[in-house]
Design a protein around this ligand. Structure first.
Ligand code: ZN
Length: 360
């Protein structure tokens, strides 16, 4: 990094820290052995904040399959969750609500314990202010709306608590939609889309100003949201299907729709969603991440691409390893020819822009 280059602040589209902390019973503020994101690593890497996911694995306290436990949670491995039969089952409403309450409380307690170093943000101004002042900005996000009832009562309550982003589904069916299972190679067109309740959820999110995350929707659901929603289309943690043909990635047609809506895509660092061979192999150079950034910038424009790491929920390239490695990714992009203004857009400004257009 040359003398005139400041560390680029990264605002990030997705992490599973809350789930990791539940499993490890740890503190966010201490450096944890197997963590990809904690406060010390965030500070080292210029991680200025992100979407903190409330993800409810299954119907009970059971751990995910052993092969993924060490890596974390949600997107942990294509090989583990490629088969829907071994996916953790969709939790029922009482189970999901109890867990979502617990994990939401975890985020507020983390904010309380931070001594002003972490803030749960509810407006774009709050987000921009945190990023400018070195306060870690956290967005309360639901990855899968299992904790929300069909009458959307819980949505009103969680919104008032601070919920500002919802992925209607994780990669399994629920009362709102059918998620896209993890498959490679596979089209994202894997089944039916939104239910009637799902359509009502989209309208309610538009009305409240809650961001709708398309990352785990299948293609039918994606197009239904595209038709219904009045907000920019956003996939918080997905990649280019043209480079890596995983079902979780976005086709050129989907990218075209995201561009037309002035939305954005957060590039996911999970190696299985990056690599052209779809393998869960940590020996994946950061140039492969840069290839996705290049491709998405070409399709979407420089104002519509950011990061969506999936820290603490996926297998990271060894060169990156964790949030402390973010400056190495920024440097890889710099070497590709991205200027400082471009890097700030990709780093955080694009997220602020999209959230300003979505929240109200
Ligand atoms: Zn995910």
């Amino acid at each position: 990094m040359a003398a005139n280059q400041e560390q680029v602040t990264i605002f990030d589209g997705h992490n599973d820290v809350l789930l990791r902390l539940r499993k490890q019973d740890g503190s966010f503020f201490e450096r944890a052995e197997d963590a990809q994101l904690d406060f010390p690593r965030a500070r080292e890497g210029g991680f200025g904040g992100g979407f903190f996911a409330v993800f409810i694995p299954g119907t009970s306290e059971e751990a995910p399959p052993a092969s993924t436990a060490a890596q974390g949670a949600a997107d942990a491995s294509l090989s583990a969750y490629g088969d829907t039969k071994i996916m953790p089952p969709t939790p029922d409403l009482p189970t999901a609500q109890a867990k979502a309450l617990g994990m939401t409380a975890d985020l507020f307690r983390l904010e309380d314990q931070s001594g002003g170093r972490v803030k749960v943000v509810r407006t774009a101004d709050e987000l921009a202010e945190c990023l400018a002042n070195g306060i870690l900005a956290a967005i309360l996000h639901f990855e899968g709306a299992e904790a929300i009832d069909e009458d959307l009562e819980a949505l009103d309550v969680f919104y008032r608590a601070g919920l500002r982003s919802i992925g209607p589904v994780w990669s399994r069916p629920n009362r709102f939609a059918e998620g896209v299972p993890f498959a490679f190679p596979s089209s994202p067109d894997t089944g039916p889309g939104l239910t009637e309740a799902g359509k009502a959820l989209i309208r309610a999110c538009n009305r409240l100003g809650v961001m709708i995350d398309l990352s785990h929707l299948n293609e039918k659901g994606f197009w239904e949201v595209q038709k219904l929603s009045t907000a920019p289309l956003v996939a918080t943690h997905s990649n280019a299907h043209a480079i890596c043909g995983a079902s979780r990635n976005l086709t050129d047609r989907q990218l075209e729709a995201i561009r037309a809506s002035d939305g954005m895509v957060g590039v996911n660092f999970h190696v299985g969603f990056l690599r052209p061979d779809g393998k869960n192999d940590r020996e994946t150079p950061l140039t492969v991440v840069a290839n996705h950034v290049d491709y998405l910038v070409e399709r979407l424009g420089i104002d519509r691409v950011g990061f969506g790491s999936d820290f603490d929920g996926a297998t990271m390239p060894r060169e990156l390893t964790d949030a402390a490695g973010l400056p190495r990714l920024v440097e890889t992009l710099r070497q590709r020819g991205y200027g400082e203004a471009d890097l700030r857009k990709i780093g955080h400004e694009n997220w602020v822009r999209v959230l300003r257009a979505t929240w109200h």
